[in-house]
Design a protein around this ligand. Structure first.
Ligand code: C5P
Length: 414
């Protein structure tokens, strides 16, 4: 594949060298387009030697081959790593005052942006809005890693590892066939994310460790595929919600009862419902009106009652063409494997797809990487449609692609 690697002027520019290596090892050609600032960190000679192609940041170089439009037109995949706050702002504004921004403006290939900057810049409202703009336009944005930055400081803003960038970018390019692009375009997708909390008293609750990252990643992927997305977020950190594309509608809930109400209200207009939230199976039978007091020497007994299974309820009241997707975090035991439990759950809940992961060692909660298996009912029992590993973003793109492929075509939808 003909790839273009844009490199912006940040300290992480040196990692672009590893991205070039990896792409070339996998058999792809790489045209490196640095910004002028990037060349202060890594010289053009290094990029030329590693890529085997000429390197310039100037729109007025090699004008005989009309570089400023040709590179973008010929590209089959454009990756920008690292992408600084400045370069992201230029892309969001549609500027074309250097070779990289002109290339992004002329390409019709998938564009993948791997941001790297100081935490303050990443969290600044200007950058948050620019990232949302990019995502709304279908540009694939990797979340930056959390860790050590240039100086002694650390936080979100670190460039993800080169292998992750390349895997994510190749998955994005792989996803870009016309059929996949159109399957979810204009469709309505309702996604639940996070974990419900059941109040014991005004200050305490029973909850779980779901961060909501999986549901957010699914919302991003569905929005990038052109869907209208409604996200029902149960106790998801507001920092995660601010990065969502502009068109995503968010309803915030706390308890299972509130989540059920929001999902039921959203169901009638939905083409796809994805229950990615971790829902509490039980809630306290009584909620104390005032903060519970500690008793001197006795333990505390709490009576729990079962919550409704929201997913089962949605399956029971669904329309014919609606696709309903469940998520399950499973562990195996001495009698059954995680896979066996997941297959049984798919049948019991009556869903069209079940996305499950093995959480035996606390592997999924709060982490950026995951491995999931996608199961679907078949005439002979249950089929595994695929196993996907990687960042929650790249896994979500693949899951959304599987969902899109199962939607009845628009013509056959009543
Ligand atoms: O039974 P389990 O909790 O493993 O099932 C997981 C799936 O069922 C998830 O999609 C979750 O959102 C959904 N669920 C639900 N209502 C519950 C429990 C789980 O909708 N009370």
């Amino acid at each position: 594949m003909r790839t273009v690697l844009g490199v912006a002027g940040g300290i992480a520019a040196y990692k672009a060298c590893h991205v070039i290596r990896r792409l070339r090892d996998l058999g792809h050609s790489v045209k490196v387009v640095p910004t002028e600032a990037a060349l202060n960190f890594v010289g053009a000679a290094t990029f030329e030697a590693l890529s085997g192609q000429t390197v310039t940041s100037d729109v007025f170089a090699e004008v005989d081959t009309v570089n400023h439009v040709r590179i973008g037109q010929e590209a089959e995949l454009v990756i920008i790593a690292p992408a600084t706050a400045n370069t992201i702002a230029k892309i969001a504004a549609g500027l074309a005052d250097d070779l990289l921004s002109a290339t992004v403006l002329t390409t019709t290939a998938e564009v993948v942006v791997a941001p790297a900057m100081h935490t303050e810049m990443w969290l600044n409202q200007a950058t948050v809005a620019n990232i949302a703009t990019l995502r709304a336009r279908g540009i694939h944005v990797l979340d930056p890693a959390v860790g050590r930055l240039t100086g002694p400081d650390s936080g979100p803003g670190r460039l993800p590892e080169p292998e992750e960038i390349v895997d994510f970018a190749l998955a994005a390019a792989d996803r870009s066939g016309p059929a996949d692009q159109s399957a979810l375009a204009g469709r309505s997708v309702v996604i639940s994310a996070g974990g419900t909390r059941e109040a014991l008293d005004p200050v305490r609750f029973l909850g779980n460790r779901s961060s909501g990252k999986q549901g957010i990643a699914l919302a991003n992927a569905a929005a990038a595929a052109g869907a209208h997305v409604q996200l029902v977020a149960a106790n998801v950190d507001s920092g995660l919600l601010t990065g969502l594309p502009a068109g995503v509608e968010v309803t915030q809930v706390e308890s299972t009862e509130q989540l059920q109400e929001a999902m039921r209200a959203a169901q009638p207009g939905a083409d796809v419902i994805i229950m990615a939230a971790a829902v509490a199976d039980y809630r306290p039978a009584d909620r104390a009106g005032a903060k519970m007091k500690k008793s001197a020497d006795e333990g505390l007994q709490i009576t729990l009652v079962q919550n409704p299974d929201i997913l089962v309820g949605l399956v029971q009241s669904r329309t014919d063409s609606q696709i309903i997707v469940g998520f399950a975090a499973e562990t195996g035991d001495e009698t059954h494997t995680a896979d066996e439990y997941a297959r049984e759950k798919l049948v019991r809940k009556g869903v069209d797809l079940l996305v499950f992961n093995d959480v035996s060692d606390n592997r999924a909660f709060g982490h950026d990487d995951t491995t999931v298996h996608v199961l679907a009912p078949s005439e002979t029992g249950v089929d595994e449609l695929g196993e996907f590993s990687g960042s929650k973003d790249s896994v979500s793109e693949k899951v959304v692609r599987v969902i899109g492929a199962r939607l009845p075509s628009v013509e056959s939808t009543p």
